[in-house]
Design a protein around this ligand. Structure first.
Ligand SMILES: NC(=O)c1ccc[n+]([C@@H]2O[C@H](COP(=O)([O-])OP(=O)(O)OC[C@H]3O[C@@H](n4cnc5c(N)ncnc54)[C@H](OP(=O)(O)O)[C@@H]3O)[C@@H](O)[C@H]2O)c1
Length: 392
């Protein structure tokens, strides 16, 4: 039975760059029966967001506004107890995210966010997984481009292969788009906390352990040319492969021995080398205060790519899978990965938790485990393609 709460969905961070896009998506696609509200730290800014939404969708005139600040635990408790599902676009999550996760885990409220910060995700698992399991809350991080296409695309690929056999999947990402200020600040913050990240990841590994009767592992490769794709590929050490392997650990359908590798695709070897050098420079630059501040000044929180730039954005993730003598090639593709499609993925995840019939789960869990095929169907209806395109 649905929890008796005032709202189906509350969107926290509705005044930010991605928050406004998510609000727009819910206003246009949430449906008439959706009971939802905008939340943020400034009522004045929320009123402006509501006025802009009302220009596009007149029914938004009556949208309730809730004031809440990530530094005010009481306001977050009120928010969590008013909603069935809370969406958070308030980042960097390592800085602002924990109090809301705690409030949702305590209140038994489902929660989705856009983090791609591994330290934050591991810390939330260590601190709130057990509490969320007790309260019944589904805390689902990484419901944006990190990691929906990869996690659900791999799940989609696994389901094209026979059951009960060892399975190997490699995911290859191609994308075009620009970063927002919030994303730049989150990435630099995450890079600057490398020692904490390693410590928290190790603590999680110790506590979580591995499935007793199944192997889950990684596939590693350096820079290489892949004739099947006609492109160069390089390792992509984002949070995505961790999320994929956690989904595999949670679900037997991934088979008795599952391996996943995650890579970026580029046309030219020189681009691959430039990317490695750029990522190295960002990592090193994030460690020292003067260079970190120069990096952060490149874009301010709240800034992001224009509608014209976003309209040109695109992504395609190709999955090459094999198992039980069968080889498959699958693809997930869509528009602007960072913001247009991210806000769609986030909003659809919240709608999926609020309204779809899903397997019973709770705790700090992955998108594929929490929502699996129900979310794939929603995203397909919303224009994100999941396709099996033959063998490889
Ligand atoms: N993984 C992905 O695929 C993906 C894609 C896009 C974004 N993201 C992540 O999503 C997050 C948001 O990105 P963005 O570009 O939308 O950032 P943004 O424009 O800077 O928005 C941040 C939001 O957080 C709010 N906020 C800041 N401090 C707060 C506090 N103390 N209490 C309550 N609210 C507070 C801001 O409110 P004010 O308006 O009042 O300042 C704003 O609404 C970032 O962490 C980014 O990395 C991830």
């Amino acid at each position: 039975m649905a929890k008796a709460r005032e709202f189906d969905i509350v969107l926290f961070g509705a005044t930010g760059f991605t928050g406004q896009l998510t609000a727009e998506y819910l206003a246009r696609h949430g449906g008439e029966r959706l009971r939802w509200a905008l939340a943020g730290r400034s009522l004045e800014k929320l009123r402006l967001v509501r006025a802009r939404l009302t220009d596009q969708v007149p029914a938004c005139r009556a949208l309730p506004l809730l004031q809440a600040d990530s530094g005010d635990a009481g306001s977050l408790r009120r928010l969590a107890t008013a909603a069935r599902v809370v969406i958070s676009t308030v980042g960097p999550y390592a800085r602002y995210g924990e109090p809301l996760v705690r409030a949702c885990a305590e209140a038994g409220t489902d929660y989705v966010d856009l983090t791609g910060e591994p330290e934050f995700v591991d810390r939330m698992w260590l601190k709130y997984h057990d509490r969320a399991r007790e309260s019944g809350a589904r805390i689902v991080h990484c419901c944006g481009f990190d990691s929906i296409p990869h996690d659900l695309g791999c799940w989609f690929t696994v389901q094209q292969l026979p059951e009960g056999v060892p399975i190997r999947v490699e995911g290859f990402v191609r994308a075009g788009g620009e970063l927002s200020g919030g994303t730049l600040h989150s990435a630099v913050t995450a890079f600057s906390r490398l020692p904490e990240y390693l410590r928290v990841a190790q603590a999680r590994r110790r506590e979580e352990g591995r499935p007793l009767d199944r192997n889950i592992g990684a596939i590693h490769h350096g820079i290489r040319h892949l004739p099947e794709l006609g492109t160069w590929t390089l390792p992509m050490p984002t949070i995505d492969p961790q999320i994929v392997r956690r989904s595999a650990a949670a679900m037997d359908r991934y088979g008795p021995d599952f391996r996943y590798g995650h890579f970026l695709q580029v046309k030219k070897l020189t681009t691959a080398l430039q990317l490695v050098a750029g990522a190295g420079a960002l990592l090193v630059g994030s460690q020292f205060k003067p260079t970190r501040e120069r990096l952060l000044a490149l874009r301010q929180p709240g800034d992001g790519p224009s509608a014209t730039t976003r309209a040109k954005g695109w992504f395609r993730v190709t999955f090459l899978g094999e198992g039980g003598g069968k080889r498959v090639r699958c693809e997930v593709s869509g528009g602007d990965p960072g913001y247009g499609e991210t806000s769609k993925m986030l909003a659809e995840s919240a709608l999926c938790l609020a309204f779809d019939k899903l397997p019973k789960t709770a705790g700090v869990i992955t998108p594929a485990y929490a929502m699996g095929n129900a979310l794939i169907e929603r995203l397909q209806r919303a224009g994100i393609a999941f396709r099996a395109v033959g063998a490889h």
